[in-house]
Write a protein that binds this ligand. Structure first.
Ligand code: SER
Length: 314
């Protein structure tokens, strides 16, 4: 029986990954945790613990007390906020990861750590960005993601810790909003379309980025951790893709459903520079070959689902 701990569970991914995992493995077998007590109520539908990922001692206590065999490590600063606080980004993204890997080595649990399209940089091929290619990111977020990928592979090779991960595209969801990323516009646009029929986009037209709908993102994490290790040539981390679009394409898709919706532009130079350094579209054939990754949602089906779900809620 799996015993899972999700660290940094109160963010955009965790608030949907925790209920998804609890449905699969049973409520009492999935412990949610974050740095504070004031978290989305859904996290407290099962066991909940306060853990600061920088406190390895506390992490070890909780993992031991619950007999944890798998950790999903979601504690991280996203790209735009990391650029504003680079030292803190290093501390949380790398310090937290190192603590988790050390405890994993000691207690022998598996670790899922997401990487990102941000692990690539301006010298990586922009089209069909390969699984294995040059990775020289220019954002501090990307620097921590590449270093994290290497550290996870090192802990597997050196200590046999079962580390795995995927390079997520921008993730679009309708429960918790993302905090401080470059791809956030593709979430906020749906809220503003329904509430104001107008959205001001902070990225330029023509800025292509990989994106993924949350149901695919949570399933990717679980399937990665359930994958047969004998089939894995790679571990940290797999490109996973679903759709690639620029702001004008998501706008056009929303216009099909929201009559009179309009989008304007007010460019954020920090986010634009980050987005310009990232791939337009990743090649995820390694994930498809090694563990059968397959996305379900494209831009039209995601847009339909986002608008229907949000309409009911707003
Ligand atoms: N969504 C993240 C960001 O924009 C990328 O991994 O920072």
């Amino acid at each position: 029986m799996k015993k899972i701990l999700v660290i940094g569970a109160a963010g955009q991914i965790g608030t949907e990954l925790v209920p998804f995992l609890r449905k699969l493995y049973g409520e009492s077998n999935v412990v949610a945790s974050d740095i504070r007590d004031d978290v989305p109520p859904v996290l407290k539908d099962g066991p909940y613990e306060i853990i600061d990922c920088l406190d390895g001692k506390r992490l070890a206590e909780v993992a031991k007390a619950h007999g944890i065999d798998t950790v999903y490590n979601l504690a991280a600063l996203l790209s735009a906020v990391a650029e504003a606080k680079p030292q803190l980004a290093w501390k949380v993204n790398m310090g937290g990861l190192l603590n988790i890997l050390e405890v994993a080595r000691e207690l022998d649990f598996a670790v899922f750590t997401p990487s990102s399209i941000g692990a690539f940089g301006p010298s990586s091929p922009k089209q069909d960005t390969p699984q294995d290619t040059i990775q020289r990111p220019t954002s501090i977020y990307g620097v921590t993601k590449v270093a994290g990928e290497l550290l996870c592979d090192y802990y597997f090779a050196r200590f046999g810790v079962d580390t795995r991960g995927v390079r997520y595209p921008g993730i679009i969801s309708n429960t918790a909003k993302p905090g401080g990323g470059t791809t956030d516009y593709a979430v906020h646009i749906y809220y503003d379309a329904l509430q104001h029929k107008h959205y001001t986009c902070n990225l330029q037209p023509g800025t292509y980025l990989d994106m993924m709908y949350m149901p695919d993102a949570t399933r990717a994490a679980v399937e990665m951790m359930e994958a047969d290790p004998d089939r894995l040539v790679h571990r940290n981390c797999f490109n996973v893709a679903a759709m690639s679009f620029a702001p004008e394409h998501i706008c056009a898709e929303i216009c099909k459903h929201v009559h009179g919706f309009e989008m304007g532009y007010s460019i954020d130079p920090v986010r634009q520079a980050i987005a310009d350094s990232w791939p337009d579209r990743m090649d995820d054939s390694a994930a498809r070959e090694e563990w059968g990754w397959q996305h379900e949602y494209d831009l039209p089906s995601m847009t339909k689902d986002m608008l229907t779900t949000l309409k009911g809620r707003l």
